[in-house]
Design a protein around this ligand. Structure first.
Ligand code: NAP
Length: 444
């Protein structure tokens, strides 16, 4: 790996990189099948990713014809790595075993370990025989949509393919490692003005928010829309705020601390609700929701933006969905991609049908949506929301912080990159966009 890293740092060309032998094994962050029962009887918050995420060597897999080997310079923590590391709602080994039964190449994924991670920036160091558009030496970022191109539905929208998977969550050999294998159709050009770690944090979260709000499959925000955004300084929320502002909408951001409220205001989000300071209690007990609290939130939103939200950007799930359905405007849209606080949802259906609201589901993004979002980042129209950076050896600590909502934006992880701020190829473009904008989440 050292030879590969040195060649990348020296700016070696594709031929030179292709001549460096691949190591037989590489360093990776993984959970073990043998550990699946380790947290039995504990409540979710007590399940500690630092205990289940290990760093060690795994054998380098062979690549399929449509895949590449990537030297991973940096990656990031996504919530799916938290789910994998606490074995909730299901251990991910079931996904790997299903993939293992699908094809000869699929069997590689069914292992007693699961290398996690659904983001990466890095350099292509091998290409499979069927790869056409990418070559060894290309600097890339990876999106996590692992698509079955033999399913007809995938050719309408690749998220509809029956075998669509999230790389590094429903497949093995994810991005939190020094090497990874990905399909060629997961690759996108690395934004030239960003460092490895700044490039690595965007793929999963930014593309998810793009599909939820901008792409043609979900809420389809239009200019002037009021958009209520839960977790507005979190991973997907912080990209949602930027997309709404860029698209001529009006974000109303919900956060849970003064620090986050200030961060949100500094992004240009004028309407901020601090849910902790305002003390909303949508559930009076485990089984009962309090409609008067929904009303209080609705009034607060109107007092800020003068109207009800055309769109509610929903992901906390059980704790907020009742309120989200209630506060959405007549005819408005609740777009949901997750359920962090619980997936058995309750809302008052009368508020949905009598006011002609609709709940729209969304999940990651297809290649075009991910590509379009990456282009916005490359143009400097959307900024990375990196708040802190960890070495690969501390991946458990980073995942634990995300598990406990202690972070803002995204946490990056350095894999092969030996230090921060490397990989910036276009400093002039960076200067034009502005260091303060690019580093906004680090400064506060
Ligand atoms: P994150 O970085 O942890 O941010 C989530 C934000 O939600 C937090 O900053 C927090 O903000 C807010 N929040 C957490 N619990 C809440 C609650 N009970 N009520 C209200 N707000 C709450 O996570 P993320 O990366 O944005 O991901 C959010 C969820 O989306 C996760 O469940 C993740 O798995 C899912 N996701 C799904 C997809 C997909 O493709 N389907 C893609 C990405 C993420 P405050 O505490 O400041 O309010």
């Amino acid at each position: 790996m050292q030879a590969i890293l040195e060649a990348i740092q020296a700016g070696a060309n594709g031929d030179d990189l292709a001549n460096i032998p691949l190591p037989e094994s590489y360093r990776a962050a993984f959970v073990r099948k043998a550990d699946v029962g380790m947290f039995e009887g504990l409540d979710s918050p007590d399940k500690d990713p630092r205990k289940s995420l290990h760093i060690g060597e795994v054998a380098t897999p062979e690549i399929a014809p449509d895949e590449v080997v990537l030297a991973v310079m940096a990656s990031s923590i996504n919530f799916n790595t938290v789910w994998t590391s606490i074995f909730e709602p299901l251990p991910t080994f079931g996904f790997l075993s299903r993939l293992g039964k699908e094809s000869v190449w699929g069997t590689r994924h069914d292992q007693p370990f699961h290398v996690v991670g659904s983001d990466a920036s890095g350099v292509v160091i091998r290409t499979g025989s069927a790869v056409r558009n990418w070559k060894v030496g290309d600097k890339v970022v990876v999106h996590c949509n692992y698509v079955d191109d033999q399913d007809p539905s995938s050719h309408d929208d690749s998220m509809l393919g029956a075998n669509q998977r999230i790389w590094g969550f429903e497949s093995n050999y994810g991005g939190l490692a020094d090497l990874t294998i990905v399909k060629a159709n997961q690759l996108m050009p690395k934004p030239s003005h960003l460092s490895w770690e700044e490039s690595a944090v965007n793929g999963l979260c930014a593309s998810t928010s793009y599909r939820m709000l901008v792409g043609r499959h979900a809420a389809r925000m239009k200019q002037g829309d009021n958009v209520l955004i839960w977790g507005a300084t979190g991973g997907i929320g912080a990209y949602a705020v930027q997309l709404v502002l860029n698209g001529g909408g009006v974000p109303i951001g919900v956060v849970s601390s003064e620090r986050r409220a200030k961060l949100l205001q500094s992004m240009g989000c004028e309407h901020v609700i601090d849910r902790a300071a305002e003390g909303y209690r949508f559930w009076s007990d485990e089984h009962t929701q309090d409609e008067s609290e929904w009303r209080r939130l609705g009034k607060r939103i109107r007092s800020l933006s003068g109207d009800d939200p055309d769109i509610v950007f929903e992901h906390p799930g059980r704790s907020t969905m009742g309120a989200s359905v209630f506060v959405a405007k007549r005819g408005g849209t609740i777009v949901t991609c997750a359920a962090t606080s619980g997936y058995m949802i309750e809302y008052d259906n009368r508020h949905l049908w009598m006011k002609l609201k609709r709940i729209v589901s969304s999940h990651f993004a297809n290649y075009q949506e991910a590509w379009d979002m990456n282009r916005l980042i490359d143009r400097g129209a959307i900024q990375p929301v990196l708040s802190a950076c960890f070495p690969l050896t501390e991946v458990g600590e980073a995942a634990n912080q995300v598990h406990h909502n202690q972070h803002e934006g995204k946490l990056a992880v350095l894999c092969l990159a030996p230090s921060r701020d490397l990989g910036i190829d276009d400093p002039e473009k960076r200067a034009r966009i502005g260091e303060d904008r690019i580093r906004r989440f680090e400064v506060l």
